[in-house]
Design a protein around this ligand. Structure first.
Ligand code: MG
Length: 330
């Protein structure tokens, strides 16, 4: 096969078949996909969760991950946040002419590995080639099954609930920005599938009211949206927020606020106060959850508001992220 993607790889003819055989079919092989039909027919369940996402991150490989791993994590995590068990993924690749085939191979391999880790099957896919300068974009859809009687939704957030964060804030954002700016440090993206954490919570019989993965816009944006949707007040405690010393230094250097920086492998869970300690222990026992902690509380002070209790005892009103934080972070 040639070394770079050319327009002929998008022709739908022999070159497209060669591309599919050499790269996608090998990595994504499964009973469903190997049939090469126009659509996948799969087993279903009572209630299904459906999501879609597009990935345009630049650079496509970064410390701790790449666009292939990221697209699986982003998709399964959105399913998991509704209490669903992720089952199926579809992926549409938009390749620009000039993309190195070896780079594409590396990304597709990483995607297949991450799908295995997350326990999802890639059941359908598509490839298009457009002119450009060798960039790569991926669109996905995800399907998951929601167990009977499981209801995880912003509507269930209530006063007296506790806010739990599964780990350190800002890592993905700092890894991408640091790479783009050529700042030498050891910060790695946290891109990870959160299935083990979610399983651990339900196995411990925690009555999880709501969950969100902390992505673009950061923890503040996610919680402000939850406060608005549930007509409650959320109060975060600054001294409890987990941030690594490296990310703290990075933020200090560039004047960034970890509350508004994206992760790709962290979640915030809203649980009854009586189960909060138990929920933290459950998350800590799971892969990617070792730094979990209580970060704040839900109250009825001022519906729709998000506050940060600062270290010196002040109260800071937090809004959603204003303007563009960091373009093409995911
Ligand atoms: Mg989400």
């Amino acid at each position: 096969m040639e070394e770079r993607i050319t327009m002929v790889h998008g022709s739908g003819g022999a070159a497209t078949s060669e591309l599919i055989d050499a790269i996608f079919a090998k990595e994504f092989a499964s009973d469903t996909l190997d049939k090469m039909e126009d659509s996948a027919v799969v087993e279903g369940a009572g209630r299904i969760a459906v999501t879609t996402d597009s990935f345009v991150v630049t650079p496509v490989t970064f410390p701790g991950g790449d666009i292939g791993r990221l697209c699986i994590c982003g998709t399964v995590n959105d399913l998991l946040m509704r209490g669903a068990k992720p089952k199926y993924i579809t992926c549409g690749f938009i390749l620009q002419e000039g993309l190195e085939v070896s780079k594409l191979k590396e990304i597709v391999h990483s995607m297949a590995e991450c799908a295995k880790e997350a326990g999802v099957e890639i059941v359908a896919g598509d490839t298009k080639v457009v002119s450009g300068n060798g960039e790569l974009f991926i669109n996905t859809a995800g399907v998951g099954f929601v167990p009977k009687d499981r209801e995880v939704s912003a509507e269930r957030v209530c006063v007296t609930d506790t806010v739990i964060v599964s780990g350190n804030l800002g890592d993905h954002h700092a890894a991408i920005l640091g790479t783009r700016m050529g700042i030498a440090n050891h910060i790695q993206s946290d891109n990870a599938p959160l299935g083990e954490i979610v399983d651990a919570l339900f196995q411990a019989q925690i009555d999880v009211h709501a969950m969100r993965d902390i992505t673009r816009g950061g923890l503040a944006t996610v919680l402000k949206e939850l406060a608005k949707a549930s007509h409650t007040t959320i109060e975060l405690e600054e001294e409890k927020l987990p941030v690594t010393p490296q990310v703290k230094d990075f933020c200090g250097l560039l004047g960034l606020d970890p509350l508004y920086m994206g992760n790709e492998g962290k979640l915030v869970a809203i649980v009854p106060a009586s189960q909060a300690e138990e929920a933290v222990l459950a998350i800590k026992s799971a892969k990617y959850g070792q730094d979990a902690c209580i970060a704040g509380y839900v109250t009825d002070k001022e519906p729709g508001k998000l506050y940060l209790k600062t270290r010196i005892g002040g109260l800071r009103n937090l809004e959603v992220l204003q303007g563009e934080g960091l373009p093409r972070i995911c």
